[in-house]
Design a protein around this ligand. Sequence first.
Ligand SMILES: Cc1cc2nc3c(=O)[nH]c(=O)nc-3n(C[C@H](O)[C@H](O)[C@H](O)COP(=O)(O)OP(=O)(O)OC[C@H]3O[C@@H](n4cnc5c(N)ncnc54)[C@H](O)[C@@H]3O)c2cc1C
Length: 368
Amino acid sequence: MTGEKPVVAIAGAGVIGACLALFLARAGCTVKLFDAGQNSKSATPRSFGWINAHSPENAHHFRLRLQSMTLWKSLLQDYPDLPLSFGGGIDWDLPQESISAASEHYISLGSNTRLINRKALAGIFPHHPGLPDFALHNMDEGIAVPALISKGLVSAAQEAGAQFHSGQIIERLQADSGQITAAISNDGKTAFDHIVFCAGIETNTLLEQIGCHLPMDNRPGRLMRTAPLPKLTPLVTSSPGLHFWQAEDGCILAGSTQAGTFSTGEAEWETEIAKKLLAFFPRGTQIRDYKTVTGVRPMPADGMPVIGPVPGLRNASLAVMHSGITLAAIVAKLLSNEIIEEKTQPALDPYRFSRFTGASISSMGVAP
Ligand SMILES: Cc1cc2nc3c(=O)[nH]c(=O)nc-3n(C[C@H](O)[C@H](O)[C@H](O)COP(=O)(O)OP(=O)(O)OC[C@H]3O[C@@H](n4cnc5c(N)ncnc54)[C@H](O)[C@@H]3O)c2cc1C
């Protein structure tokens, strides 16, 4: 492979696999992108789609998110048809007494955030009866339209030369002497120099064939999509127990907190979300029509992404994570560099598979 760009197979065309395909194809690799297709449990189209940097407790992860936000914006310049928008975000889903310190912390980490007061908020949400004294306003946050982003990235990757095998599930892997030698889909056998598993919650189905298991703690999440409502704001809004954004057509996508478990049934949850949402609209507004969708967040057991080499295999990598909509751009950039240059990217070091004890290749003659 020296001097030549590798042939890379990717299992999974959610936002991570599709974005990786784009970066690899742009860099001149031969890319074979496989996706199980419409009946899969892909998290991407069931996501909220928020591109943000929250949770500053982990400064490295926070900065990675900021880098990804910047990169998404530059991708949008190259591909103006990508379903991305960056209207900013408003957040008061945190205790008022800590909001000023939170704002300073965000800013110290490089976030383009400021504190806004109730008067400014009332200018945005004139009908809401319970606005707080302060909220965080982030000027760089955005949305990737969940139902469209993978498709948009796949089209861009195809333009750059990637081959897309839609409806083709990688069903079996062949390994020998520390490398995967072939992947077999429902359409036949594929050869490659390197393979990347971007199969979200299905990743272990593939890894277990090669005696490997990634500890996961996948979390379900519910979202409500309304029929068109009067125009509110282009800001992604996060208030206690409710986050939402409004699409161009007036439809709102709304969710509750990120807990991952449901303390109420779906009907009760919908009533609560609708009630909280209506507080933003003039009296008399009704939410007549909506649909609730449940998705599953691919969540490695410690909540952090897992990116890079599969332990013991010379030619296999993986990328599995929550917040994949936010992180896809930077993950695709760093991981594609790692694969092409065959050199580790230190920025990915905190996210290696090897941090999980016992996560090693144990069968098929693959090196430990
Ligand atoms: C309710 C909810 C809200 C969320 N909100 C946000 C948010 O606001 N911001 C954010 O950044 N993230 C959010 N996330 C997380 C985000 O959606 C995921 O991290 C991201 O979509 C993961 O993308 P992925 O490409 O890794 O996986 P997926 O989107 O699941 O894609 C995996 C793909 O692999 C394919 N596949 C599986 N097995 C095979 C196989 N054997 N062969 C071929 N193809 C295969 C599947 O068909 C699928 O398309 C949310 C998730 C949920 C569920």
